[in-house]
Design a protein around this ligand. Structure first.
Ligand code: AMP
Ligand code: MG
Length: 352
């Protein structure tokens, strides 16, 4: 049976109340959450699986140095074995057991962006089992910016391999209830915290080669990285391609997929809004249940934090059809949201 424990009070605001104002009530709430985190950490250390909040999306963790424990993650999620898992650490110095490549540029990135939504792909040490990296010689490493996640990893005393805490193919979970609906009964512990602040998965930056290359766009943008380290920063060509309709007809992915059919409308905002309204009315006249996802044109931060939750809410409402307005790809965060939106829609796009 899955143990479900509330750790909501383990957040920056409550910790601040406790430290700055010696607030006794805050202290007690934090202590109560830490009892749960301690128990969850012990389960991790013994080879169990624990879902936990991070600032990006909820993660499903296991001891990264224990191949049998990591295998439980793949089983619980139904995750294909060729998809590598990011390893999470609680202090930067823990990186040395996972990689030996630490150039001044890498240290600069760590100093600036950790804890935070940036995963660094680096050559792996022998300590990292093949199952974690899907047989690759590199490993993705990140330090999450979430009090519960950091305490959990610290107390487990091992690096924690953790992909998103959803059933493979479903939208990433950004709220405790999303984790419950996917993984209750399939994992040892679910730590229930608040909603994820960022809402999309970390930026993945490959630092294993000569040119820093973004493999997955996220909240930390190419410009952020370039501004810090200078020189060339590349974007993996696969990412740009992924925003276009697949070239081979009939090619469909099931990534982040809602249960409904989904179409993305791209064009001037007013035209998109009126076209979505028209298609919605047409379908509703035929008894089809329609859900709409439209964000304000420049509201990229909100779109990132809410996109996956909106998909899941529309699934709960059992809509048949989702009509979504595209975000601008010229903005780096908009681009990151579009990377998810296009996958969720199976590349179904209508230009208006
Ligand atoms: P998830 O944790 O479910 O968001 O997925 C982890 C993602 O991080 C993978 O699907 C890859 O895109 C990326 N990743 C993790 N490790 C590596 C690696 N060693 N090399 C390249 N990409 C990686
Ligand atoms: Mg995932």
């Amino acid at each position: 049976m899955t143990k479900i424990w509330d750790v909501t009070s383990l957040n920056k605001e409550t910790i601040l109340e406790c430290e700055e104002f010696a607030d006794n009530d805050a202290f007690e709430r934090i202590e109560a959450a830490l009892v749960h985190v301690d128990a969850a950490a012990a389960i991790l250390a013994q080879g169990g699986t624990v879902a936990f909040p991070t600032e990006t999306v909820y993660g499903l963790g296991a001891n990264a140095l224990d191949a049998a424990a990591v295998a439980k993650i793949f089983k619980a999620k139904g995750r294909p074995s060729d998809n590598p898992i990011i390893v999470h650490i609680a202090k930067a110095s823990d990186i040395t057991q996972l990689t030996t490549k630490l150039t001044p540029t890498i240290v600069k990135l760590i100093d600036e962006f950790w804890p935070g939504p940036l995963t660094l792909v680096l050559p792996k040490t022998a300590a990292v089992p093949d199952i974690v990296t899907a047989g690759l010689q590199t490993v993705g490493i990140r330090m999450p910016d979430d009090a519960a996640a950091l305490e959990l990893i610290k107390r487990a005393g091992c690096p924690v391999a953790a992909p998103s805490a959803n059933i493979s193919g479903r939208p990433s979970p950004t709220r405790a209830k999303d984790v419950l609906s996917d993984l209750d009964g399939k994992v040892d512990v679910i730590l229930m915290g608040g909603d994820c602040r960022v809402g999309i998965e970390s930026t993945v930056l490959d630092m294993s080669g000569d040119v820093p290359t973004i493999l997955r766009p996220g909240f930390i943008t190419k410009e952020d990285i370039k501004e810090l380290i200078g020189g060339r920063v590349e974007m993996d060509p696969g990412i740009t391609d992924s925003l276009e309709a697949p070239k081979a007809p009939g090619m469909k992915y099931t990534h982040y997929a809602p249960k409904a059919t989904m179409t993305v409308f791209e064009g001037r905002q007013e035209k998109v809004i009126s076209e979505i309204a028209r298609i919605k009315a047409l379908n509703e006249a035929n008894g089809i249940k329609v859900g709409v996802i439209i964000f304000e044109e420049k509201d990229f931060i909100l779109a990132a934090s809410e996109f996956f939750a909106r998909l899941r809410d529309l699934d709960s409402e059992e809509v048949d059809l989702i009509l979504a307005g595209a975000m601008s790809k010229n903005d780096s965060l908009g681009f990151a949201v579009m990377n998810r939106m296009m996958k969720a829609a199976g590349y179904n796009i209508v230009k208006v």
